[in-house]
Write a protein that binds this ligand. Sequence first.
Ligand SMILES: C[S@@+](CC[C@H](N)C(=O)[O-])C[C@H]1O[C@@H](n2cnc3c(N)ncnc32)[C@H](O)[C@@H]1O
Length: 191
Amino acid sequence: MKLAERRGMATVYEPAEDSRLLATVALDRIGGGRVLEVGVGSGYVASRIDAETSATVVGCDINPEACRRARSEGIETVRSNLTRPFAADSFDTVVFNPPYLPTPPDEEWDDPLEHALSGGEDGRRVVRPFLADLGRVLRPDGRAYLLVSSLTDIDAVVELAEGTGLRTAEAGDASFPFERLVVLEITHMNS
Ligand SMILES: C[S@@+](CC[C@H](N)C(=O)[O-])C[C@H]1O[C@@H](n2cnc3c(N)ncnc32)[C@H](O)[C@@H]1O
């Protein structure tokens, strides 16, 4: 979706086609265990996993309003920058619909919705540190589901993952006039 369409008064990202694709793909694959949703936002994806699987779900978000909103939906939520506060090998599944829209520096603005939408100049500003720490918190046989867009350069995201010892495979996709959304399933290289 175009950045201009998303600008408005909201401070928490409302579920959209990317949220729904991520939820559909994750729900098909999660049996149970401990699940972390990074960037939980409104709590839509986490709530569906909580309601439709036997998993224990935790959310985290950098935006305090999003944390409040997800908690109000019954999701245990930690305010954090990505996965930093979580111990090694904590999760069987990690899901993330990151900010991925490439945004020139002169179009950046400073409000909570920017942290939901802008992926910096190349769209990978948040994906990069997420992938750098993902292997630490993901159990050896764990799986992560990362929403990426053709706007974010999917091959470049795959390369970043491989550079940190992770393997990727496409687990689902959806095409729109301006972009193709893909959910990457990510595992440890040697799992
Ligand atoms: C595209 S929205 C997705 C929201 C929700 N998961 C969904 O799918 O509808 C991205 C979310 O990531 C959060 N976020 C951005 N940078 C983050 C960071 N460094 N650590 C944690 N959350 C972050 C934003 O605040 C926002 O809630």
